[in-house]
Ligand binder design. Structure first.
Ligand code: CUA
Length: 335
């Protein structure tokens, strides 16, 4: 134990240092996660009660009725005892009812479909290896890696997978639910508190599964409206004509800014104001510009299996990478 203690302490420190935003379901920040935690508490409570009572009886019986030296008598036989059989049938039945009724009520309650609700914000989530696409179908907006939501509305999610099976999970807010290719799953979440919440892919999907992070940013209704307007504003292109042309020919074939570009890679509109690059390079520890520069230079260095080619394979010189990184870092949205 003495040798294990430093190891355990280290492990606890390591695990607690992992999360910037809380990844724990034990600290819920919204009604869905609260209900889910209540169910966890209820089931763990009942299980703990059963364990304590059964072990207490077991230990008591072992000591009280143990075989004493010289005692050769056969204990009283109780098989077929009706009273005992009724007791040990009814107790589990009652416990299962206490567990089952709220569980069924909440499971069906949390499955409520808001996809036709005019007051809900409809978001279509597409999980890709290894990034997240968020399409606001009611607003005609697409973004990636950072889900922006208002605090006053229910968010109705439509979940699909682009390639393999992933799973959409924001531990502090609620979830999770699989994103399958070709099948649409639905769930809803609510974000009553402003803040940034960390999301994760919760289904092993390839070498960079553990790095498939995203952010959910809950903002005030007015701020959300400003974000929508900023996202819909005409795209800002690089000022330098040569860089603009290079950016269009090498980046916008897959990525998009505003209305310009493709759909197969993360939308970059306002990427400079996101918290991370690639979901994992934090812009507060290194500058946005450096993170974009590093990422564009060699994406596989940070996310093994990422589809994006290295800068050299993409026919970009270091000067062009620097200019594009500078342009993207300065492409911020005010909201
Ligand atoms: Cu996507 Cu794990």
């Amino acid at each position: 134990m003495k040798r294990l203690l430093p190891l355990l302490t280290g492990l606890v420190l390591l695990l607690s240092a992992c999360g910037r935003e809380d990844l724990s379901t034990l600290n819920p920040q919204g009604p869905v996660a609260e209900k889910q935690l209540d169910l966890m508490k209820l089931s763990i409570g009942i299980m703990a009660l059963v364990v304590v009572v059964v072990f207490a009886i077991c230990i008591y019986v072992l000591i009280r009725f143990r075989r004493r030296s010289g005692d050769k008598s056969i204990p009283k036989q109780v098989e077929g005892n009706h009273t005992l059989e009724i007791i040990w049938t009814v107790i589990p039945l009652v416990l299962l009812l206490i567990l089952g009724v709220p569980t069924i009520k909440d499971v069906f309650g949390l499955a409520k479909d808001y996809s036709k609700d005019k007051n809900a914000v409809q978001v279509r989530v597409t999980a890709h290896q290894y990034w997240w696409e968020f399409e606001y179908t009611g607003y005609g907006i697409k973004t990636a890696q950072e889900l922006v939501v208002p605090t006053d509305k229910t968010i109705s999610f439509e979940l699909v997978g682009a390639d393999v099976k992933h799973s959409f999970w924001i531990p502090a807010i609620g979830g999770k639910m699989d994103t399958n290719p070709g099948v649409t799953n639905r769930m809803y979440l609510e974000f009553p508190k402003e803040g940034v919440f960390r999301g994760k892919c919760a289904e092993l999907c390839g070498p960079s599964h553990a790095l498939m992070d995203f952010k959910a940013k809950a903002v005030s209704p007015a701020s959300f409206d400003r974000w929508v307007a900023a996202m819909k504003a005409p795209a800002v292109m690089p000022a330098d004509a040569e860089i603009a042309e290079k950016f269009t020919s090498q980046c916008l074939t897959c990525h998009a800014v505003g209305e310009n570009g493709g759909n197969s890679a993360p939308n970059l509109t306002g990427v400079g104001s996101r918290q991370t690059i690639g979901g994992i390079l934090y812009n507060d520890t290194t500058s946005v510009e450096k993170n974009i520069h590093d990422w564009v230079t060699d994406p596989q260095k940070y996310k093994s299996g990422a589809m994006m080619p290295k800068a050299v394979e993409n026919d970009l010189t270091q000067e062009q990478v620097s200019a594009i990184a500078k342009y993207l870092a300065e492409y911020k949205l005010d909201y």
